[in-house]
Ligand binder design. Sequence first.
Ligand SMILES: [Mn+2]
Length: 434
Amino acid sequence: MRPVKIDYYQHRRRFQDQLRPNSVAIFIAPPASIRSHDVEFPYRTSSDIYYLTGFEEPHCALVLTADQAIIYLRERDVQSEQWTGYRLGVRRARQQLQFDESRNINVFFKELAGLLQDKEVLYYKAGVYTAADQRVFATLHQVRQSSRNGDFAPEVIINPDTILHEMRLLKNTAEIEAMQNSASITGLAHENILQNSKVGMYAWEVEAWIKYTFRQHNALEAYPSIVAPGKEACILHYIENKVKLKAGDLVLVDAGAEFQYYAADVTRTWPVSNRFTPAQRDLYQIVLQAQKEAIRSCVKGSSLQIVHQAALQVLIDGLKSLKLLQGSMESILADESYKKYYMHKTSHFLGMDVHDVGNYFDKQKKPRPLRNGMVITVEPGLYIPPSDRLAPREMRGCGIRIEDDILIQNARPRNLTDFIPKEIAEIEALRSAG
Ligand SMILES: [Mn+2]
């Protein structure tokens, strides 16, 4: 999969253009996290920093004002590089990443006081990394202390999310192309396991095929893959992946690739044997119909609330027809008795983060209208508790979810993951072909 050319300079420029007068924004890359003892998790920089730079090394900080962009990063060091890998280095960073200035990260906190001085507004997201917060606030305090010299310190601290996350929420053409690539790689993984999973395999083997396909295309998992056979599918985030695929069971697979820092998020549910049982088929048809209805409502001006309601109506009608719910639509919506079988929401934003940034509600706490360039998931499901005496025995422990990634574009929702089989006939054909 060829990477898309994404204009990080343009992202940064647009962010800088929206800063308040006489302000400064700082971003500090997250620290590495320890897996165990002296082994770290593979490093992934923050989506915010990557969005603004395309730079993924640790030990990095950005200082942005309306008319200047400075990047602080690790200096080159032949000896360290032999142990921990190549570094871009200060000199090359300025040109390659199109910054006005690049400096050694070692001097960042020394220089920070000077950068904050005489600014009225500081854009900084406090509360995420305590160690960084302490140093930033200590520096801020130090600048305040020098007010007797006539210098002043920022009096206002603003969360940069208010600008940056609104930008990230609305994808431009290049970003949409990148998301389509992640979606395509994700599809290959789902198709691969649909064809090649066998009765008696363990869930971790299926997980291995997913990871293999992602890595084959230089992608990572955007989140730990869920391979949930049988009743494990009723556990929404089953990532242990250690149960066997048994004949007659369904298996729910929720897996999405991250390629070029953009995520896909896809769920398919299919029979371990070649065919759905009649009970599984009844439930599956309801979820599939709910998903299609919900996707139809993914239009500009709609809202995640409206999309959720569209799915909910079909699911409730279906549950009533199966005699799992009693009463009128209104009473079921009011008393939320459907939550026994459908306890999560239908959609979330999708982008560089799988549960992407951006506000879901406006200041009046009303669901915000969907806009062109937003990408959302549509993922209704039904989960029949294994102990549900009300349900026919064949349905107990069935968990079904179908999830696609939808781009909002006026009245014509574009399903980025449309090609991944979800019709019963397609799935059964692929299962039989394997
Ligand atoms: Mn999802």
